[in-house]
Design a protein around this ligand. Structure first.
Ligand code: HEC
Length: 105
């Protein structure tokens, strides 16, 4: 019996495409998701607060401009090999900027 590869791959595409296209138009939602999935746990552990948001709001934070935020995201992304796409870096930057740092876009 032949395995129904074609219908399987269509089913897989159908399962993934809606979520991809939904996030493509939602940089903030995508950025938040990335932060929660890839960044939050390590920051929570590193700061010792048990709260991964606090690294972004600590008073001695080094990030004081949007440019520094973007370079910090790049450092975390490449040093730690998180493999974010450039669009994802930009989405996470938009989210962190809007949610925590309040930089002007
Ligand atoms: C394996 C651990 C780890 C992961 C994963 C990680 N980070 Fe970090 N991140 C750190 C550490 C440690 C610091 C503090 C560096 C310092 O104080 O110099 C930091 C600091 C930062 C800061 C600066 C905060 C501030 O205001 O001072 C930003 C922004 C940041 N990370 C973004 C990210 C993003 C976005 C991701 C996910 C895509 C991420 N990091 C994933 C360890 C991590």
């Amino acid at each position: 019996m032949q395995f129904p590869v074609k219908s399987l791959s269509l089913a897989v595409m159908a399962a993934f495409l809606p979520s991809l296209s939904a996030f493509a138009n939602e940089p903030l939602a995508n950025g938040k998701l990335i932060d929660q999935e890839k960044c939050y746990a390590c920051h929570a552990k590193k700061t010792g607060f048990g709260n991964g948001d606090m690294i972004y709001t600590r008073s001695d934070g080094k990030v004081t401009t949007l440019a520094k935020l973007n370079s910090m995201i790049s450092v975390c992304n490449s040093e730690l090999r998180l493999d974010l796409f450039p669009e994802d870096e930009s989405d996470v930057s938009k989210y962190l900027s809007q949610q925590f740092y309040k930089f002007k876009p």
